[in-house]
Design a protein around this ligand. Structure first.
Ligand code: B12
Length: 489
């Protein structure tokens, strides 16, 4: 089971993970889930190229290679497939990259696309009889109550920064650029609370004592299930399992529900990622982001922070309605909201989305997306001139990640933030990460004064948030490094 290499992007966290001597964010949950669905008598090995190499002896050992990838891993996936074929292996491919562009991979023997819970059994049955087809696909949505516990024993957990688990798939909203709903639909499906507790227990019993990311498309897609079932169970679980903070992805309407926010914080959630996209109302209408329209988005973010939920935000520029003033407006919004981790991307159109179809009709598509909307590339002809857009985009990144603005934003956030209930224990590893940050950010880097100011401010004003301030300082360093490597700073 092979997971190709992810490039060095904002979301790779590569430069930040080095501080805690980890190689990658999390193990590939898709492959580990598929592994648990394979016949018990099969011998399996996971080769995640983000933490290890693919050795000739791995290829010699195997009969079959199963590859999973996102679009952003396209090039590495191609190389992996080439090597497997050269070693005489049959290659089976699945996951988001192949689900949307399998026609680009001629060497693959079998595609098992969409959700493996639906498509894998037929492939395995045919394989057993020696008549497996090239393509297995289905529009049917999986019932997650049938999803097995991922086979974590295949991964060397010590090499990762956090663990991933998934409670639900599907999102009720209909944003026109969204690849998630194109892949997993709007129907909100969940595992049972029993399944989630079993997964958490399994991770905990393997000695895991750090963060867990609920990788749901929209964790609050059905609030009642959370309120009456999952969150009370997680609150109880946290009491006996300290040191496991949770994070997840939600829509902004969570800010309307103070009780639910408090319950989430109580259950150990300390961070949520939200697609904020843009402060421009016309652009929100253009992309059909209904849930963000007609709101005071800064006030929403602050309400969440005050409940103990740090907000990470996704932002987009390049909508047709964007005026040249959008760049400064995005900068002002991000600084004011205290969204420290702000992932600003240029609009990209993924096959299968409404945006892609519209641009195709208008003759404005320029090939396939790179899959990483924060690498400065676009696969569409924007309304604003491409040069102006790229220049404006560069300006946003330059400003929000300049040490001065970044450290100031961290302070804006810490002023508001209620210290979370569940926190990772301070270990030797954290102390060493702090010392490394002193060297890199406090002595060697240009913006070192901002680093010391932040630490001093936090020490006196919010001492309980000191470890978080250090973590955020390290994240900022990662973002600056990525900007620099893309030539965007
Ligand atoms: C967690 C997550 C991440 C994590 C970690 C990912 C990791 N380690 O692999 C982080 C935060 C690092 C991340 C980063 C990014 N991500 Co991401 N991420 C997700 C998320 C939310 C969940 C993935 C997951 O674990 N799902 C749970 C598992 C069980 O599902 P699954 O992997 O899809 O697997 C199922 C099927 O696909 C299939 N399957 C999968 N693999 C295989 C293999 C075989 C052989 C078979 C038979 C079946 C099969 O069976 C599984 C069970 O049904 C998804 C959204 C989503 N709902 O999937 C986006 C998603 C995968 N990410 C996406 C993107 C774009 C990115 C970024 C490029 C964003 C950015 N702009 O920087 C970065 C890239 C990072 C990098 N370093 O380059 C896109 C990918 C789109 C695409 N078509 O490729 C998604 C779909 C979200 C979106 N906006 O559309 N991501």
């Amino acid at each position: 089971m092979i997971y190709p290499e992810c490039p060095d992007t904002f979301w790779s966290f590569k430069h930040a993970l080095k501080f805690i001597r980890k190689r990658a964010g999390s193990p590939p949950l898709g492959l580990l889930t598929v592994a648990a669905m394979l016949p018990a008598e099969w011998s399996k090995r996971l080769v995640d190229l983000n933490v290890t190499r693919l050795r000739a002896k791995d290829l010699a050992w195997a009969d079959l290679a199963m590859v999973s990838a996102m679009v952003v891993q396209r090039e590495s996936a191609r190389q992996v497939i080439g090597r497997c074929k050269a070693a005489g292996l049959k290659v089976v491919a699945g996951g988001p990259l192949f689900t949307i562009e399998h026609d680009q991979f001629e060497e693959v023997d079998h595609f098992v696309l969409n959700e493996a819970e639906v498509t894998l059994a037929a492939f395995l049955e045919d394989l057993k009889h020696g008549w497996a087809k090239r393509l297995y696909t289905s529009e049917e949505r999986a019932d997650l109550r049938e999803t097995p516990i991922p086979q974590w024993d295949l991964a060397d957990l010590r090499r990762y920064g956090w663990m991933s688990i998934q409670f639900s798939r599907g999102c009720p909203f209909n944003c026109d650029f969204c690849n998630v709903t194109a892949l997993f639909g709007h129907k909100f499906r969940t595992k049972t609370t029993g399944q989630i507790l079993a997964e958490l227990d399994d991770i905990y019993d393997r000695g895991w004592r750090a963060g867990v990311f609920f990788v749901d498309d929209n964790f609050v897609g059905k609030k009642e299930v959370l309120r009456t079932d999952l969150l009370p169970a997680l609150i109880a679980w946290q009491k006996n399992h300290p040191g496991i903070p949770f994070q997840t992805q939600v829509s902004i309407n969570l800010a309307d529900d103070e009780d639910l926010m408090r319950m989430m914080a109580e259950a150990g959630f300390h961070m949520v990622f939200i697609g904020v996209e843009t402060p421009d109302e016309t652009s929100l209408v253009e992309c059909n982001k209904k849930q963000n329209q007609g709101r005071d988005l800064v006030a929403d973010v602050k309400r969440m922070q005050r409940c103990g939920l740090q907000v990470q935000g996704g932002f987009i520029v390049g909508f047709d309605s964007d005026e040249p003033s959008i760049f400064q407006r995005q900068i002002d919004f991000i600084q004011k909201s205290g969204i420290v981790t702000a992932m600003v991307g240029l609009l990209q159109a993924f096959p299968g989305t409404k945006l892609y179809e519209r641009l195709k009709r208008e003759g404005r598509l320029l090939g396939r997306p790179s899959g990483d909307n924060v690498d400065g590339t676009m696969n569409l002809v924007p309304r604003m001139s491409a040069e102006r857009l790229r220049e404006g985009y560069r300006k946003i990144l330059e400003r929000i990640y300049s040490p001065k603005n970044y450290y100031e934003r961290v302070r804006t956030f810490l002023r508001e933030y209620k210290a979370p209930k569940a926190q990772e224990r301070v270990r030797l590893e954290s102390v060493l990460a702090f010392l490394r940050s002193v060297l890199r950010l406090g002595i060697l880097e240009k913006g070192r004064l901002g680093y010391w100011r932040l630490l001093a401010w936090t020490r006196f004003r919010r001492p309980e948030l000191f470890p978080l301030a250090v973590t955020l300082a390290i994240s900022g360093y990662h973002c600056r490094k990525v900007c620099r490597s893309l030539g965007l700073e």
